[in-house]
Design a protein around this ligand. Structure first.
Ligand SMILES: [Zn+2]
Length: 469
């Protein structure tokens, strides 16, 4: 039987407001432990929460970017569960009346737009951070003791819940990349996974291909990079298919994915009690954003990544457009092309060489980059790479690099090409036997021999002519 994955995502986004959700403590990463706390976020009796206006506005802004309906009456509730990192014994979270519902993420693909439903996006406060010391895995099992840093407690979080519309691990990754870029461009979060500002859980089930049933799902937690998420989902899909095919039944469980070993380990179900005894938070008024505010925010929405991918695709191709937009590189690309660079060449140089050299994108002068892109085959490769690496320096000029010409004279290059071919008879035979991918090997050897000074296009033509390709 053929199987298809059914995947939904729950994405937590830490908003980069100046202060916390319900108090005036600063929000910040890396401050000394327990230095950013107060009676409100430590849950002292009698301390009263006050809503962060900017967090509400940003949640609405995100909801609008996701095409959601914005509630004119949302509520905060108390979600009860006992845990040391939750001093009040409950988390304040929007529950049955969230701020944003019924939206979507549009993923441009070669077969048209894939529309992934957004069930809801709601606002809540983050728990404090617990660090388990002494165990092998960094989890509570096997740890000697645990420490709690309350700085994170009370930080505003938006939780985005997608519909189970995602059909593969790769699609999940692409949806997340697009969503992350949207969030970054809205300016509401840095969305850095390694700092925990973007956290993703995946709900995974499988079903016979083509059917519309929904089988028992499991939840994957603690995945802190897009690649880990894709690998974790793949591993879980394979595990579930094996369970069904051996006549077993998938159980509703929560797993941690260990990226180092590729292993899935179930969590103790004790942590997963479903009865949170929600009730409306009596210390907060309802969230009722005025229509004029919602309309102002709607008018402030920038052109979103999915739309830009389609617009740029028309001038390039889908893959390159996607890489440029989700990497936040498309503005530089457009400006570089506007001042005269070839579109495909500029896209390749920006996405590979410029990003690979770790250049700060915002510091690049498009006109200088355009000149380098256009001269890339006329100057030595090593010179080109060196120029790209310095592209972000203040006042960078391409001129001194453009003055160094690559060796394009066939008469000068021919003896070197001959020597390389003579030194590699095995590869020559394989190339003549049809392994044309070896062309790059020969060109690479000549480039090495000339210390990057040869014009690779001329070398490539020479090799082909000599080997009769
Ligand atoms: Zn506080």
């Amino acid at each position: 039987m053929k199987w298809e994955p059914v995947i939904g995502l729950e994405i937590h986004v830490q908003l980069k407001t100046r202060t916390k959700m319900f108090c005036r403590c600063p929000v910040g990463f890396g401050a000394g432990e327990n230095t950013q706390t107060c009676p409100v976020c430590l849950g002292f009796p009698g301390a009263l929460p006050v809503m962060n206006r900017r967090a509400i506005e940003w949640t609405v802004l995100l909801g609008l970017a996701l095409g959601c309906e914005i509630a004119d009456h949302a509520m905060f509730s108390r979600k009860h569960y006992p845990y040391p990192d939750l001093p009040k014994g409950y988390q304040i979270s929007q529950y049955d009346l969230p701020s944003c519902t019924n939206g979507n993420v549009v993923l441009p693909t070669a077969d048209g737009d894939r529309v992934i439903g957004i069930v809801r996006a709601h606002l809540e406060e983050d728990a404090a951070k617990t660090v388990h010391i002494g165990g092998r895995t960094g989890r509570i099992g096997g740890a000697d003791y645990s420490l709690i840093d309350f700085n994170r407690g009370g930080t505003p979080l938006v939780e985005i819940v997608t519909a189970p519309d995602i059909g593969s691990a790769d699609e999940a990754k692409r949806v997340l990349q697009l969503l992350r870029q949207t969030i970054v461009e809205l300016g509401i979060s840095d969305a850095e996974m390694e700092k925990g500002a973007l956290r993703v859980d995946a709900n995974v089930s499988v079903r016979p291909s083509g059917s519309s049933e929904l089988r028992t799902r499991t939840e994957l937690k603690n995945m802190n990079s897009f690649n880990y998420i894709a690998r974790g989902i793949e591993a879980e899909v394979e595990r579930q298919i094996a369970v069904w095919e051996s006549g077993g039944e998938v159980q509703q469980e929560t797993y941690d994915f260990d990226a180092a070993t590729g292993a899935l380990s179930p969590r103790r179900s004790k942590e997963e009690a479903d009865d949170y005894r929600y009730f409306p938070e009596p210390d907060l008024v309802p969230v009722e954003p005025p229509a004029v505010l919602v309309e102002r925010l709607r008018s402030e929405l920038p052109e979103l990544p999915a739309a830009r991918i389609r617009r740029i695709e028309a001038r390039l191709d889908l893959d390159r457009a996607t890489v440029l937009v989700t990497g936040g590189l498309d503005r530089l690309w457009e400006e570089t092309v506007t001042v005269g660079a070839d579109g495909v060449a500029a896209a390749n140089v920006i996405a590979n060489t410029v990003v690979g050299a770790g250049v700060e994108i915002g510091a690049v002068a498009p006109a200088e980059l355009a000149r380098l892109v256009e001269a890339r085959e006329l100057i030595p490769r090593a010179t080109f790479d060196e120029a790209i690496a310095k592209l972000g320096d203040p006042g960078f000029k391409a001129d001194p690099y453009l003055a160094q010409e690559a060796v394009s004279d066939a008469a000068e290059l021919e003896p070197i090409v001959d020597a390389i071919l003579e030194a590699n008879p095995g590869q020559v035979e394989a190339y003549r036997g049809g392994k044309e991918g070896l062309l790059g090997f020969f060109v690479g050897q000549v480039m090495k021999e000339t210390q990057g000074k040869a014009n690779p296009r001329v070398v490539s033509e020479l090799v082909r002519a000599k080997l009769g390709g």
